[in-house]
Design a binder for this molecule. Structure first.
Ligand SMILES: Nc1ncnc2c1ncn2[C@@H]1O[C@H](COP(=O)(O)OP(=O)(O)OP(=O)(O)O)[C@@H](O)[C@H]1O
Ligand SMILES: [Mg+2]
Length: 235
């Protein structure tokens, strides 16, 4: 589903080059919920932005559903991102002048989807993220946790192959964080959407099936549960 091969990235500022990621390789299977862990500055956001096609790596390949996004030209990549990739930001990034429902529908507006279909899908997602009655409100009228629910719904409306989330609960209190995680887990289970979630919290990671850990820009660990071992524990 997602394959990263020999990925390295360096930022250039004037004469200075900072090597931020070095020779990262791992595989994520369809429907997995992945936690991307690592201390501050270890390269998590950089890796996420590269996988989401927001920038090009210095070296290496990234395959999403067998498409190498590193090799795509800008137009093709933009189109691929619109149809295959969802993104959830820590700061929600909702448009203040659009209602909640209009925010959720926006990715489909860019795909020229019919208004009636857009509305129907947005209303269903509002229900799935637990705020069925908030569609006509504006983002500023919602709590942080509710705004993040809207942003989750927006990321799902195109039914992407994979959703990247950069510290989606970073601005929320513990209880709201748990609620948002429960929603993500439920969506992962029911829609079989692949989620890759950057987090600082071990606790979050413990709820996912696959943990990827970065240390100083290198891959320290990429661990999926062994199905055999999981069964042994149950028996
Ligand atoms: N545009 C940039 N130009 C130069 N250096 C950058 C740039 N963006 C990030 N870096 C550097 O790359 C390294 C990794 O940054 P990144 O944002 O990926 O870390 P992170 O693991 O997401 O950290 P945090 O947990 O604090 O969000 C840091 O040393 C950072 O200073
Ligand atoms: Mg970061």
């Amino acid at each position: 589903m997602l394959r990263v091969e020999g990925l390295s990235h360096a930022f250039k500022n004037g004469n200075e080059t900072t090597l931020v990621l070095q020779q990262i390789s791992f595989v994520v299977h369809k429907g997995e919920m992945v936690a991307l862990l690592g201390s501050s500055g270890s390269g998590k956001s950089t890796l996420l932005n590269l996988m989401a096609g927001l920038m090009k790596p210095t070296e290496g390949e990234i395959y999403i559903a067998d498409n190498n996004i590193v090799k795509m030209n800008e137009n093709k990549l933009a189109e691929f991102r619109r149809t295959h990739i969802g993104f959830i930001f820590q700061a929600y990034e909702l448009l203040p002048n659009l209602t909640v429902r209009e925010n959720i529908e926006l990715p489909l507006v860019f795909q020229s989807e019919r208004p009636s279909i857009r509305k129907q899908k947005a209303l269903k997602l509002l229900e799935q993220v637990g705020i069925p009655d908030k569609g006509d409100m504006f983002p500023s009228q919602l709590s942080g946790g509710q705004q993040q629910r809207v942003s989750i719904a927006r990321s799902l409306i195109t039914e992407p192959s994979v959703i990247f989330a950069d510290e989606p609960t970073g601005n929320l209190d513990t209880k709201t964080e748990e609620e948002i995680l429960a929603i993500l887990k439920e969506l992962n289970r029911t829609m079989n959407t692949t989620f890759i979630i950057v987090t600082h919290e071990r606790e979050v990671a413990n709820q996912t099936q696959h943990i990827i850990t970065l240390r100083d820009g290198r891959l320290e660990q990429s661990q999926s549960p062994e199905p055999d071992q999981a069964e042994e524990v149950i028996q």
